[in-house]
Design a protein around this ligand. Structure first.
Ligand code: SF4
Ligand code: SF4
Length: 387
């Protein structure tokens, strides 16, 4: 993940990731990232430009950055994606992103009234204008919809908005933050989150041939193969790394800009072994060990892995919601992702539905029951086996 800046022109009510005074990455940092990757790992590398708002870096930055990262021989072939509100997307940038096959995710929380209530007046129109430019130029765009304590009550309206427009989307929920408490009143309780996931799964099982909700594809697949396929439900440590505007390396974009979580700097081309000596890595390892111990009795541990370490760490630190980062290393009592109950609810739902379907199909083998009561157009097994 490359985070050119934490600055953003928008001011979404529940945002925890932007900083108006954040500086901008210089192209020199991209050159250092490229140099750092020489011999770092043998795998293919996927670069995601994230923010703040990454388009603030401008056309010239991306023209050079994409060329350096694509044509470099320091790493295996690169893939690209970008997470943006698209307000600053113009024809020139869209053509560049199309040339490099940059897949874009953009955030829309549902119909205009709901979206703008959560994200601010005028957001919807600006983002959709950028979306039209992207599509016209052949750029692949998918959506992220953030559910909050407000929008949870509009589940059907939001789902139908995406369905009607055939927009594929991913789910986010408003999160507590290490940086401050502005998001707190928007955060769903785990119970509300679990209920929302079950309700959306129910909607989705009528429309697998029309839209895609990636989260459910991953949840169903993970339950089937018994291994997490989404970062939240896998051991992300070390597989994901994020570089901030100044070249500092962090475990994930969610930690960028928080001094305690700096693992190193690309300027020094640290090896993985050197990054693993950082305090930040140790905290993540403590989280992993905590999960192994505390989730050991859970039926879903293999494909949940304690959820997102960032969420776990936010809820672990005493005073974590005061915005006083200096308290993070003191009084540190680890906990798993506080959305544990929500994860249990959705994994249980998937597993119960799968068992029921298996039972029904074996009964119908013997009885040839053509009138078997089928309430959904698709089954959970269809979702598990979806490519
Ligand atoms: S810290 Fe959370 S958001 Fe970041 S890669 Fe890990 S699971 Fe994903
Ligand atoms: S569902 Fe909860 S207890 Fe089970 S592995 Fe996930 S976080 Fe741990």
């Amino acid at each position: 993940m490359i985070v050119p800046t934490l600055n953003c022109p928008s001011n979404c009510n529940y945002c925890w990731g932007s900083e108006k005074k954040s500086k901008m990455m210089n192209i020199q940092i991209i050159k250092e990232i490229d140099k750092w990757l020489d011999g770092f790992r043998e795998d293919h590398v996927h670069f995601t430009f994230h923010g703040g708002e990454p388009l603030l870096a401008g056309y010239d930055f991306y023209k050079e950055a994409l060329s350096i990262l694509k044509n470099s021989e320091t790493h295996k072939e690169a893939g690209f994606s970008l997470q943006s509100n698209l307000w600053l997307l113009d024809e020139k940038l869209a053509k560049l992103f199309s040339q490099y096959d940059v897949a874009i995710s953009t955030s829309i929380d549902g119909p205009k009234e709901i979206n703008d209530y959560q994200r601010g007046e005028g957001y919807f129109d600006k983002t959709m204008k950028g979306y039209e430019i992207a599509i016209k130029n052949g750029v692949h765009v998918s959506f992220i919809s953030t559910f909050t304590s407000y929008s949870k009550d509009f589940r059907d309206e939001i789902y139908n908005f995406f369905l009607k427009n055939r927009y594929n989307f991913k789910l986010h929920t408003a999160l507590h933050s290490i940086r401050g408490n502005n998001a707190d009143k928007w955060v769903l309780t785990p119970q509300e989150h679990g209920k929302l996931l079950i309700g959306l799964l129910d909607n989705y099982l009528n429309d697998l041939d029309k839209i895609e909700i990636k989260d459910f594809d991953h949840i169903a697949k993970s339950s089937f193969i018994r291994r997490g396929t989404l970062c939240t439900f896998a051991d992300c440590m070390g597989d994901t790394l994020a570089v901030g505007w100044d070249g500092n390396i962090y475990p994930c974009y969610r930690f960028v800009g928080i001094d305690q979580y700096v693992m190193g700097n690309v300027h020094n081309s640290p090896s993985m072994e050197e990054l693993m000596k950082s305090k930040s890595w140790n905290i993540l390892m403590e989280f992993k060990n905590h999960v192994d111990e505390n989730c050991s009795e859970c039926n879903y541990i293999k494909f949940c892995r304690g959820g997102c370490p960032y969420n776990g760490i936010v809820s672990s630190a005493e005073n974590n919601l005061s915005g006083n980062d200096s308290n993070l290393e003191n009084n540190f009592q680890l906990s798993v992702d506080p959305q544990c109950l929500a994860y249990k609810m959705i994994f249980k739902e998937v597993s119960n539905r799968a068992s029921k379907e298996l039972l029904n199909s074996s009964i119908s083998l013997f009885h040839h029951d053509k009138n078997q009561n089928k309430t959904k157009k698709f089954t959970i097994m269809d979702l598990m086996l979806k490519r």
